[in-house]
Design a binder for this molecule. Structure first.
Ligand code: DQA
Length: 145
C-alpha cells in the first residue's frame, strides 16, 4: 500500500486563486490537490489535502495524521506566525514535517518572518508559488526513502 501524506492548509487558503492573485497566483487549492495526487502516484505516495480556517481543527487534523499519515506537508498560513498550539501538535507527531509558503514570507511584512512551525519542520519552502507543494512532496519521498 502507498504511504499516505497529509497536506494541511490553514486559513484563507480555501480562497486560493481568488485571493490576492498577485501574491498567491491563479491556481486553486483543488488544482494543488490534483497536482499532488498525480505526482504522488509517480513517487509511490498517496496524498490527501485538507484545509481549515479554524486553529483547533488544524490541531485535530495533525492528531489524525498521527494515525494515518507517514508525513505531513503543512502551510499553516497566518497561524504560522501565531500558533503555539499547532507547533505543539506537530511536536506530538512522529513523522517528517515539511513547511510550505506560497509567497516569499521573508520579502514581506516583518510579522511574517517568524514561524513557530519552522522549529519542528525538517525543511521550509517559501516563494516558489504553488509549485512549493510538489517540491515538498518530492522531498518527502526522499525523506521516507
Ligand atoms: C502564506 C504566508 C502567510 O504569511 C499568510 O498569512 C498566508 C499564506 C503563504 O503561503 O505564502 O495566508 O502561508
Amino acid at each position: 500500500m502507498a504511504r499516505m501524506i497529509h497536506i494541511l492548509n490553514g486559513p484563507n487558503l480555501n480562497l486560493l486563486g481568488k485571493r490576492e492573485p498577485e501574491i498567491y497566483g491563479a491556481e486553486t487549492l483543488e488544482d494543488v490537490a490534483q497536482g499532488c495526487a498525480a505526482l504522488g502516484k509517480e513517487l509511490g505516495l498517496e496524498t490527501e489535502l485538507f484545509q481549515s480556517n479554524h486553529e483547533g481543527e488544524i490541531v485535530e487534523m495533525i492528531h489524525r495524521a498521527r494515525e494515518e499519515a507517514a508525513g505531513i506537508i503543512i502551510n499553516p498560513a497566518a497561524y504560522t506566525h501565531t500558533s503555539v498550539a499547532i507547533l505543539d501538535a506537530l511536536n506530538a507527531y512522529e513523522g517528517p514535517v515539511l513547511e510550505v509558503h506560497i509567497s516569499n514570507v521573508h520579502k514581506r511584512e516583518s510579522f511574517r518572518h517568524h514561524s513557530y512551525v519552522s522549529q519542528r519542520a525538517e525543511g521550509v519552502i517559501a516563494g516558489f508559488g504553488v509549485q512549493g507543494y510538489s517540491l515538498a512532496l518530492r522531498r518527502m519521498a526522499v525523506l521516507l526513502g
